[in-house]
Design a protein around this ligand. Structure first.
Ligand SMILES: Nc1ncnc2c1ncn2[C@@H]1O[C@H](COP(=O)(O)OP(=O)(O)O)[C@@H](O)[C@H]1O
Ligand SMILES: [Mg+2]
Length: 203
């Protein structure tokens, strides 16, 4: 499978273009880095690639077609801020169950403790919550993952642990991964190739 962002330009209302004419693609089984400084539009581009924001110009295609707007999204976005993407009124067990049956080996590998499952999102730290937003996209319906700075709120050991689980999962299931980060060294360590969102792409 192929996920392509073609000639993407984006501006928020009443602002200049954040970026113009970006072409970025990722194939199944590939790990592509998306690297830029803070404020350059990484989170915006991540949302566009997952279909949660509409580009001002250009289009996002999955195998040459528009992303489906019904059912499970095969392009899953892990948000930079997990508290924005997890329903505060749901217990963590139900958050996971929404994505399918719970894989206890997987959640253990990600460092989720079983008694967290009976808690609400507000009863977890940002890093603990982020592990749930990783766990729920690692399922068989996901074909591409856009991981937007998922490790910034985790300590170094947990970061390594979670990236290992994700990389093992995407390799095994032939999933395409876009690893979004301001950390060039992290990207160089885990990615097959890196897309730099630079000043030249900016409006
Ligand atoms: N809804 C919005 N309306 C207007 N400006 C926004 C909005 N969301 C983000 N921005 C601005 O767009 C720029 C890029 O933001 P973002 O995509 O979050 O960058 P990054 O993830 O690289 O830090 C920032 O200057 C930010 O303030
Ligand atoms: Mg961001």
């Amino acid at each position: 499978m192929l996920l392509e962002g073609k000639n993407l330009s984006f501006k928020y209302k009443n602002t200049d273009y954040l970026f113009e004419n970006i072409n970025i693609s990722v194939e199944s089984g590939e790990i592509v880095g998306l690297v830029a400084k803070s404020g350059y539009g990484k989170s915006t581009l991540s949302k566009i690639l997952a279909g949660y924001e509409t580009p001002t110009k250009g289009q996002v295609l999955l195998n040459g077609k528009k992303l489906p707007n019904k059912g499970y999204n095969p392009v899953q976005l892990i948000y930079q801020h997990p508290e924005k993407s997890i329903n505060p009124r749901m217990k963590m067990r139900d958050v996971l169950l929404e994505a399918g049956p719970i894989d206890y080996d997987l959640i253990k590998a990600i460092g989720i403790e079983e008694d967290w499952l009976t808690r609400y999102p507000l009863e977890l730290s940002g890093g603990e919550l982020q592990r749930f937003s990783v766990a729920r996209v690692l399922n068989e319906k996901t074909k591409f993952i856009i991981a937007d700075e998922i490790s910034t709120m985790l300590d170094v050991i947990t970061q390594a642990q979670i990236w290992n689980v994700i990389i093992e999962f995407v390799n095994k299931r032939n999933i395409g991964l876009v690893a979004v980060t301001h950390n060039k060294h992290l990207a160089e360590k885990i990615c097959n190739r890196i897309f730099y969102l630079e000043k030249e792409n900016r409006g």
